[in-house]
Design a protein around this ligand. Structure first.
Ligand code: UTP
Length: 291
């Protein structure tokens, strides 16, 4: 599997004013912008071609993955070799592509914009505002690839058990069993608590066969008037396609950066885990609590 798609076109309104003129996907968590962790995660599991689904105001993402010759030269001339090492990510052996979602019609519509890029092979979708695991060290996409091959799937989705109050924010699965890999019998986008079939929430990573595009084309606008990716997955299930879920393990919390509460938590956890500054930050916070 060499293709991945990162949708980053959303307006990020829940993070205003921080996102008025910068993409939420470029907000830093600890030392790096969110989207850099995601690209590193994908490269680790063998992805070599990445398409960003972008929109107006998102050019800083393209700039971030370009080589900035002026900056490199300046760091070289001033002998700041250790800072040059921080820029090594922009030399990864990966090809970046960008296309615009010209109308914001929802995540499903954003994924549909990737159809000619993907061609006839399975591909990964990684949401541009979600990290998996502390410092994004998860290899869940690798396990999802195994599940996809072993069970001859049309779609494999990562799921995380969430507390009750978060259920109405996500797509929720009805699982066939309680194993790590499970068949998804049904999926509901942002259900009310009394209609939720479980507390297993879609966790921002997907693998699809190109059959998803046909389902997306037939998916009518759903919750919020948007073309929902979850509704297209539901259609695949109803038509008898093999859709599987993979559970995140205990060390793979999904950090959703879409709202300030979870953004603050993610930043704090990543900063506390920083090898250089974590220990003194911990002391500082302990001091605040004592004061
Ligand atoms: P969200 O629904 O959380 O993003 O989409 P949003 O619309 O930016 O957020 P709010 O509700 O206004 O605060 C999850 C991911 O899907 C992308 C977003 O950029 C984000 O990375 N997305 C969403 C698109 O690419 N296109 C869309 O039409 C919607």
């Amino acid at each position: 599997m060499k293709h991945a798609v990162i949708p980053v076109a959303g307006l990020g309104t829940r993070l205003l004013p921080a996102t008025k003129s910068q993409p939420k996907e470029m907000l830093p968590v600890g030392r790096k912008p969110i989207v850099q962790y995601i690209v590193e995660e994908l490269i680790r599991v063998g992805i070599s071609e990445i398409l960003f689904i972008t929109g107006p105001g998102k050019t800083s993402i393209e700039n971030h993955f370009d080589i900035n010759h002026e900056l490199v030269q300046s760091l070289r001339e001033t002998g700041k070799e250790e800072l040059l090492a921080e820029l090594e990510f922009d030399r990864f052996h990966v090809q970046y592509y960008y296309t615009r979602q010209r109308q914001l019609r929802g995540l499903g519509h954003a994924v549909l914009c990737a159809s000619s890029f993907v061609g006839s092979e399975p591909f990964v979708v990684a949401l541009g505002d979600s990290l998996i695991g502390l410092n994004a060290q998860s290899d869940v996409v690798r396990r999802m690839q195994r599940c996809f091959d072993d069970h001859v799937c049309t779609a494999v989705i990562a799921f995380e058990e969430v507390p009750e109050h978060e259920i109405p924010q996500y797509g929720i699965a009805q699982p066939a069993g309680d194993e790590e890999f499970f068949k998804v019998l049904d999926i509901i986008e942002k259900p009310e608590l009394d209609e939720a079939p479980s507390n297993l929430a879609v966790a921002a990573r997907y693998i699809f066969s190109p059959r998803i595009f046909d389902a997306l084309e037939r998916t009518r606008p759903g919750k919020g008037g948007e073309i929902q990716l979850t509704d297209a997955i539901k259609l695949l299930i109803e038509e008898g396609e093999n859709v599987y879920g993979v559970r995140l393990n205990g060390s793979e919390h999904r950090y959703d950066i879409g709202n300030f509460e979870s953004y603050f938590r993610a930043f704090t956890e990543f900063a506390l885990a920083d090898e250089k500054y974590g220990a003194s930050l911990r002391e500082y916070i302990a001091g605040l609590n004592g004061g």
